[in-house]
Design a protein around this ligand. Structure first.
Ligand code: ADP
Length: 746
């Protein structure tokens, strides 16, 4: 067999050399021109994971068929060019221990020629670099991963050469400083973006520190190329050269503007909160949600408990030890609820070290875990001792007032701001015979009001409640004997400083007797009026007849007497009419007969009538309106109004002889004014003249006779016409009365 082997080159026959080749750390083999292995050293066999027997004398591609295509072309190339072929980091697929693997070799294919220049064989030198390539690829992968990581976490990387200030950086660094990715930026340029204060006080100092410690770290402000103020965070490390001198600095930079702004906001709101808490005198604490153990007491919290935060050490259970034993249950219930709802609230008494007792109020709210911290309840403590004392003194005085209210025979009740009645005194129960709870039901009190007055009663009450104006109403209440009696109910709102209704305090007074007397009086007036009417009309008729017959008589005494009788009869007539009106107004029976008529005509005629009866005054009528003025009203009643104002004007200006009447239009109303220059009135008198039976006191009854009911009737008539009456007056200068009526709309 050996004879078939091609001859081994002479040079290799030498043992020494063979030995060296055998032991070299790189693979070495020889194949002849037929690609049959003639020599393979240990390392080569190791690389290909074969034994020498499996290889020697065998054709290369029989053993490694997978390499045939690849290697044949290489061998052809070597043969053709007669020079070695280097194939660095050449990847070939190799089956090792039955597994096909990607392996990398630095290959040298060296042709070996005989002395006569004939190709004898190929030397294959193979140095496996699979590991090296792997490491390099790994580094590449790592680098890529790092790049991706830094880019996606918005972290810029930089590498600064400390000797020549050259900087290599990722594109994100350019972005932080407001540059485009391809803008050239030097280290010096970057430094100019630092806010000067921060450069001197933060960055330069951090650099000095880095020179000592090797670690470079700071947070500082920059103004980027576009003028935006930003916060950046840098974290770097110094790498020294062989001599131990700082050579490079490598690091990362992040834009932390948002975080910083939030931090600043948080600091500000903390500050505001603390200031607010200081102002409200609230103590503050934090409490572990799970263990419900308190910690982080504010100085105020401790001072409420009687401790000095500066000088005393306080443990987390200090608060519990001061709870009044009677309130432990309330507190436990509140804590249990806090675990369920996240809200903590309770009031308790506490006992201080010296035995002093205080009332406090605890309020807290669950805060969800933030940045990994455990959920906790943040809360406040308020000293409510004064409040509680005040409350109990109020309760005491309320008790007293309730007692008083119950002791009086008049009905007293209290309403809430929304109109609900929530308290009735004992007299209510005594009168109605009903049970207290009946009154507390919604609108329960209405059950004793007479059905005829219920709707109006409720309407007026709600009107007062919404307008916050006093309530007055006369209505009948059902007594326990099954009879109704008249009551006058009044209520006034109790307002707080802001003008909101706190409570309504009401009373209902039994006016049944008064009502009955009033009814008698009204009945009497009606009868008297009726009975007097016939004699008065008869007298008036005879006087008029006598005047007609003897009015031009020479007998002055007779003429004057007849005039006087007629005047007095007229006054008597007017008085009787007014008295009847009053009783009708009171019983709500003053009828109105409305129609449309000319107000101009009415004023003119009324003035004429007055002039005919009394020439003592000059009455001017000024009409500021050219066209007629029509109103829809009760003509007789409006005549009565004007008559009243004119007779008053004459009556209360005995020394001045003029009365001015004007008629004008104001918006949708016709206005009539009657002005005199007589005795006038002061402010206080003015406010009362429209009340029933009011007369300015100290009035000379002879000069100014009257009942004080004219203006009361006038006001009622105008009210019922949706009109108005008002007056301007000055003592001893005169008065000007106005009344207005809505214009008649076609
Ligand atoms: P009286 O019958 O007393 O005139 P009125 O109701 O008409 O009753 O008027 C009420 C009061 O108003 C009068 O008593 C008087 O004091 C005052 N008063 C009315 N008109 C005038 C006026 N023109 N000048 C001054 N006082 C007047």
């Amino acid at each position: 067999m050996k004879a078939n082997f091609p001859q081994i080159p002479i040079s290799l026959k030498e043992n020494v050399l063979e030995n060296v080749l055998q032991k070299t750390p790189f693979g070495f083999s020889l194949v002849n021109e037929h690609y049959v292995f003639e020599f393979a050293n240990d390392e080569w066999l190791n690389i290909v994971q074969k034994t020498r027997q499996e290889v020697l004398g065998k054709k290369m591609f029989d053993i490694f068929p997978e390499t045939e295509i690849q290697l044949l072309s290489i061998f052809d190339h070597v043969k053709k060019n007669k020079e070695p072929f280097y194939s660095p980091e050449h990847s070939i697929k190799l089956k090792r221990a039955g597994v096909l693997q990607d392996v990398f070799f630095n290959f040298v294919y060296q042709p070996i020629y005989s002395e006569c220049g004939e190709l004898q064989c190929f030397a294959i030198v193979a140095i496996e670099v699979t590991g090296l390539v792997g490491i390099r690829n790994k580094i590449k992968d790592e680098e890529e991963r790092l790049r991706l990581a830094t880019e996606s976490s918005h972290t810029a990387t930089w590498d600064l050469n400390l000797k020549n200030s050259e900087i290599i950086h990722s594109s994100y660094l350019s972005q932080i400083f407001g540059y485009e990715n391809d803008d050239e930026i030097s280290h010096l340029k970057l430094r100019t973006h630092l806010v000067e204060y921060d450069r001197i006080n933060i960055v330069d100092k951090a650099f000095q520190r880095a020179l000592k410690t090797g670690k470079y770290q700071y947070e500082a402000r920059i103004i980027d190329k576009k003028g935006n103020l930003k916060w950046v965070f840098t974290n770097g490390k110094i790498f020294p050269d062989e001599k131990g001198q700082p050579a490079r600095m490598l690091g990362v930079m992040q834009d932390i503007t948002e975080r910083k702004n939030n931090e600043i906001l948080l600091q500000e709101s903390h500050h505001q909160l603390n200031t607010a808490l200081d102002a409200t005198k609230l103590g503050k604490f934090d409490m572990d949600y799970e263990t419900q153990q308190k910690y982080n007491f504010s100085p105020r919290f401790l001072s409420i408990l009687g401790y000095d935060a500066d000088t005393e050490t306080i443990d987390s259970k200090v608060f519990e030890s001061h709870i009044h034993p009677k309130y432990l249950k309330i507190r436990a219930a509140a804590l249990k609820q806090a675990k369920e709802t996240g809200d903590l609230f309770y009031q308790t008494k506490i006992i201080l070290r010296e035995g002093q007792v205080k009332w406090i109020e605890i309020y807290g709210r669950l805060l969800e875990s933030y940045k990994g911290s455990k959920p906790y309840i943040s809360g406040t403590m308020r000293d409510i001792t004064d409040l509680k004392e005040f409350e109990s003194s109020i309760k005491e005085s309320e008790k007293k007032y309730r007692f008083l209210a119950d002791a009086i025979p008049q009905i007293v009740w209290i309403g809430e701001s929304d109109g609900r009645l929530t308290y009735f005194n004992q007299a209510t129960m005594d009168y109605s015979g009903k049970n207290y709870n009946t009154f507390l039901e919604e609108d329960g009190w209405l059950s004793i009001v007479h059905p005829d007055e219920r709707a109006e009663n409720q309407r007026l009450w709600m009107k007062s409640v919404t307008t916050k104006t006093p309530f007055t109403y006369e209505h009948r209440f059902l007594g326990k004997n099954g009879e109704y009696r008249w009551f006058l109910s009044r209520a006034t709102p109790q307002l707080d400083e802001m003008g909101n209704v706190k409570k309504w305090v009401g009373t209902s007074t039994d006016i049944d007797e008064m009502k009955r007397l009033d009814q008698h009086k009204n009945d009497f007036i009606k009868i008297a009026n009726h009975e007097l009417k016939t004699p008065v009309t008869t007298i008036k008729g005879y006087v008029q007849l006598l005047k007609k017959m003897r009015g031009d008589s020479e007998d002055k005494f007779l003429v004057n007497s007849l005039n006087t009788i007629e005047n007095q009869i007229n006054k008597l007539n007017q008085l009787m009419g007014e008295l009847l009106d009053i009783s009708r107004i009171e019983s709500g029976q003053l009828p109105l007969h409305k129609g449309d008529f000319s107000l101009v005509k009415l004023v003119t005629e009324t003035i004429e009538d007055i002039k005919a009866a009394d020439q003592s005054h000059q009455i001017n009528f000024e009409l500021s309106h050219t066209s007629d003025v029509e109103v829809f009203a009760d003509k007789d009643r409006i005549t009565q109004v004007l008559n009243n104002l004119l007779t008053n004007a004459i009556k209360y200006s005995p020394n001045k002889k003029e009365v001015h009447v004007k008629l004008f239009i104001d918006g949708k109303c016709a206005v009539v004014s009657v002005e005199d220059f007589g005795i006038g009135m002061n402010e206080e008198e003015l406010s009362k003249i429209f009340e029933r039976f009011y007369r300015v006191s100290g009035k000379d009854e002879v000069t100014f006779p009257g009942f004080g009911i004219g203006l009361f009737i006038v006001k009622d008539i105008l009210d019922r016409h949706h009109g108005k009456i008002w007056v301007e007056s000055e003592k001893n200068k005169g008065s000007k009365f106005y009344f207005s009526l809505p214009l008649f709309k076609n």
